[in-house]
Design a binder for this molecule. Structure first.
Ligand code: PGA
Length: 264
């Protein structure tokens, strides 16, 4: 895994936005895997700015989101449909028919999950997947003990995740119990992964994922087996890494052609 440590979430998010923008320019009909939560917000703000001010064109891009709450209709303010519209899609020119988010209202959840996997395959697979990480190491909503080969399916949220997400719902009891999430195996099939993690409360999960053993007890640790995975961290999220100085050294000595933001 490539570990990039930046002083602030904004600096790390700028790099993430540049990586995505470069992909969109090189392959205008690319397929992006997108994530919700607090973590990707500065990156989405920068992508929206690049669209507005630099003309970054998303009109041929296809997107797939990682997950959605079961039982929340798209118009519910805490649904991930609403989140993505509010924080990204209304600010860019992505074509609505190429935006995909699991349907949390599906009457037949397994059929919806199979349909979602088929839609990803039909689009040619995901070129780049954005990921956050839970305080317990979950990616998407693949909680600890998730099969590392899992596909899109229903999951039951842990009490910890419901507590972590209660800030959006007022109280933990209001957070839905069930979600549809792309599986760990679905995430591993993507061609490139950008894992973003900010803040001290992510430091333990990040250290275990990057430097610990590969284990379903930290689903993000499977990214050690992904051929093109980058972790973009702020200093607090990187604070428990044993090899932090080495990762900073590698970043500082990147050859010019390998840099993410030209000239830096
Ligand atoms: P957060 O969530 O970005 O809101 O911290 C990350 C996650 O749970 O995957």
């Amino acid at each position: 895994m490539e570990i990039v440590i930046q002083p602030t979430p904004e600096a790390a998010s700028l790099i993430a936005a540049h990586i995505i923008a470069n992909l969109v320019r090189d392959k205008p009909d690319c397929v992006l895997g997108l994530a919700t939560g607090s973590t990707p917000l500065p990156m989405y703000r920068e992508l929206a700015r690049m669209h507005r001010e630099d003309g970054l064109d998303f009109s041929r891009v296809t997107t797939f989101n990682l997950d959605e709450y079961v039982g929340l209709p798209p118009e519910h303010p805490q649904s991930y449909h609403a989140f993505m519209h509010e924080h990204l899609f209304r600010h860019i020119d992505a074509a609505p028919e190429r935006i995909h988010i699991p349907n949390g209202m599906a009457a037949d959840v397994p059929a919806e999950c199979a349909r979602y996997e088929a839609a990803i395959r039909a689009a040619g697979g995901i070129d780049l997947q954005v990921l956050g990480i839970g305080t317990d190491g979950h990616i998407g909503f693949n909680e600890r003990s998730s099969s590392l080969a899992s596909r899109t399916r229903i999951k039951t949220l842990t009490e910890q995740t419901r507590r972590d997400n209660a800030r959006f719902f007022g109280r933990p009891e209001n957070v839905p119990l069930h979600v549809i999430t792309m599986g760990v195996g679905s995430i591993m099939d993507t061609r490139q992964v950008l894992l973003l993690a900010f803040g001290e409360n992510k430091a333990r999960a990040v250290a275990e994922a990057v430097e610990g053993p590969i284990t379903a007890m930290n689903p993000a640790s499977i990214l050690q087996m992904h051929a093109v995975a980058k972790a973009l961290l702020d200093e607090p999220a990187a604070s428990k890494l044993a090899l932090g100085d080495y990762y900073r050294w590698v970043f500082a000595n990147k050859p010019q052609w390998q840099r993410f933001v030209r000239g830096r």
